[in-house]
Design a protein. Structure first.
Length: 607
């Protein structure tokens, strides 16, 4: 019983550190940026904090914790999983294409968000230094420099992996949440009337009084829910129960913090850019520096979670063949989720630094933040309605439809206000992976069609004649092919045209299963004398260790052949596709197969 309780506590603490960093640090800036758009009068404060509380209830607790987390594949969650659950139930190819593109947009939005999250989180915490008398005169340039040094340090450490320090993330976040709760509770004690804001009447009254202004304010209110999508996306790493248990605690603390900040805003008139920092400084100036250090650590953890999230998205994209191959390093022998992608790391770092220096302050960054998250929430709501309709779960379908309507209001507000005020950068960033995905996936389809593959029956007739009559080389040759029914031109050129036939020839083919993880392999029935087939079946989020499979299957290749497509085209889109193929690691480099045994066979392809 004691061991079970300790395990629960351990898993819940781990979830605190890996999942709730983003949403847990949003109290630093959410109310501060909202009160830039609307005057902090008593009525407005009560209305805004009521909106914040009900946003957390509807867009996080209802949409993600209740609805989305009830859908999974072997415990995995996220946009990719929703697409994989929905697509097989659709009969129309157009519907499947629409769902696929929608999932690509959702993935791209999350990657766009991956740039703004570290920028706003770290910069907003560093700006808290200005409340300390000794640092009150720090220029914005100095604050940006400090934030940049922290950011560069964070990205430099990625290559070494975060397994060793990750164990501290949970305890640090628990201390952070406890600090938020205590400071909020202290302010509520001095103005208990703020508890009335739990009544949604105050949120509705805010809209009635402010009208269009109230609609615009939604674009900043959504900031309180940023990071909510991580609850579902990280479900596969930690499990549903630990995340839900942790959310009960985090949700309670966030409510206390936002209500406390509202109580402080009603009773004080601070000019600080952060209501939270002003509140804590006024409560206990002695403990303000430790609280500030704690907030910086919390924002670093939030940024780390987003960086790891982007690595995971790219990893899943490579595994599901929607992204080109990139070099992936596993930084932990124990944790599957601990990966490092060099190209993505440095690209993300420069993008984060650019966002910081471009927008200069956390208030300006807030104008760009939230749009991508809101877009992902809207896409998730669409998938949920569709899936629950297919499963004939009417109550959940109606709840999803209600969430979709609410989310649409937020999204419309973001479109109206945030696109011209900074979200254009998020949109531009999201367009980059989306463009790459669309060009790469369509290019792969066109390339496969353009390759004049040979039917296996015709190939076997020619192969049997060559194997019987031509001299054979000693050893084992391995050939990689996507479809066993069609033989790629490079195999035809190598074996039939050039007469390179070994005593034992093995065709290796890989199929994707309907499950996220798991790898199985088996030798099929021999195709002909000296010609075997090894079939590998891998989960759609799995990247196969081919070298390990060869070792386990006792295959000792003398040589390995793979096809290299030399793409000839006049079409600008396919030229970009050809460039992507050239600059990204090929199949052999990606799987780190021994270069001294590998031969690439060039095949010209017109597209």
């Amino acid at each position: 019983m004691l061991n079970s309780s300790l395990e629960k506590l351990k898993s819940t603490t781990k979830a605190m550190g890996l999942v709730f960093g983003d949403i847990g640090t949003s109290p630093i800036y959410t109310l501060a940026v909202v009160f830039i758009l609307t005057k902090p009068t008593h009525e407005n404060i009560m209305g805004v904090v009521s909106l914040v509380l009900w946003t957390l209830i509807l867009l996080v607790s209802v949409e993600y914790v209740w609805l989305a987390m009830s859908i999974s594949k072997r415990g995995e969650g996220g946009t990719t999983v929703l697409k994989e659950v929905l697509a097989p139930t659709l009969k129309s190819t157009r519907a499947v294409a629409f769902v696929t593109v929608l999932s690509y947009v959702g993935i791209s939005f999350l990657m766009g968000d991956g740039v703004i999250t570290p920028a706003i989180s770290i910069l907003s915490a560093v700006e808290g230094l200005t409340l300390v008398p000794k640092f009150s005169q720090l220029s914005n340039g100095v604050l940006l420099l400090i934030a940049s040094i922290i950011t560069i340090g964070l990205f430099v450490l990625q290559k070494k992996g975060t397994e060793k320090v990750a164990s501290y993330f949970g305890p640090i976040m628990i201390i952070w949440f406890i600090s938020l709760g205590i400071s909020g509770l202290f302010s509520i004690f001095h103005y208990p009337q703020v508890l009335k804001a739990i009544n949604p009447y105050y949120a509705i009254d805010f809209f009635i009084r402010d009208g269009f202004k109230g609609f615009v304010v939604l674009s900043d209110v959504i900031l309180c829910a940023t990071g909510g999508e991580a609850l579902y996306a990280d479900m596969g790493h930690l499990g549903k129960k630990p995340i839900v248990r942790a959310w009960y605690f985090v949700f309670s603390v966030l409510i206390l913090s936002y209500l406390g900040q509202a109580a402080y805003a009603v009773t004080h008139h601070s000019k600080s850019s952060s209501v939270l920092f002003s509140m804590v400084f006024s409560q206990t100036s002695i403990f303000y520096i430790p609280f500030l250090i704690l907030s910086i650590l919390a924002t670093i953890i939030a940024s780390q979670a987003m960086i790891s999230g982007v690595f995971s998205i790219v990893y899943q994209g490579i595994a599901t063949h929607i992204f080109p191959m990139l070099k992936i390093d596993h930084t932990s022998d124990k944790l599957r989720s601990q990966i490092y992608i060099n190209f993505v790391n440095w690209l993300l770092m420069f993008a984060v630094l650019y966002a910081m220096w471009h927008f200069q302050t956390s208030d300006n960054l807030a104008a760009a933040y939230g749009f991508a998250v809101n877009g992902t929430m809207l896409i998730t709501a669409v998938f949920l309605i569709w899936i629950f309709h297919k499963k004939n779960l009417k109550i959940k379908m109606i709840a999803s439809a209600f969430v979709f309507i609410i989310t649409s209001f937020y999204f419309a507000s973001n479109l109206y206000y945030k696109i011209p005020h900074g979200a254009y950068l998020t949109l531009f960033i999201a367009m980059i992976p989306l463009t790459v995905i669309l060009i790469f996936t369509q290019g792969q389809k066109r390339l496969y069609k353009s390759l004049k593959s040979m039917d296996m029956k015709d190939f076997l007739l020619a192969y049997k004649e060559s194997y019987a009559n031509k001299p054979k080389l000693n050893g084992v040759a391995v050939f990689f092919t996507r479809n066993i029914q069609k033989v790629p031109p490079y195999i035809e050129n190598t074996m039939l045209d050039n007469g390179i036939i070994y005593e034992t020839n093995i065709f290796v083919t890989q199929k994707t299963s309907s499950h996220p993880f798991g790898v199985v392999y088996a030798f099929g029935e021999d195709l002909a004398k000296g010609l075997k087939i090894l079939e590998i079946k891998a989960g759609y989020m799995e990247i196969v260790n081919i070298g390990k499979i060869f070792e386990d299957a006792k295959i000792k290749p003398t040589v390995m052949f793979y096809g290299v497509e030399d793409i000839i085209t006049e079409n600008i889109i396919w030229k970009i596709f050809a460039l992507i193929k050239k600059v990204s690691p090929n199949f052999i480099k990606f799987h780190r197969l021994p270069s001294n045994k590998v031969h690439g066979v060039i095949v010209q392809v017109k597209m």
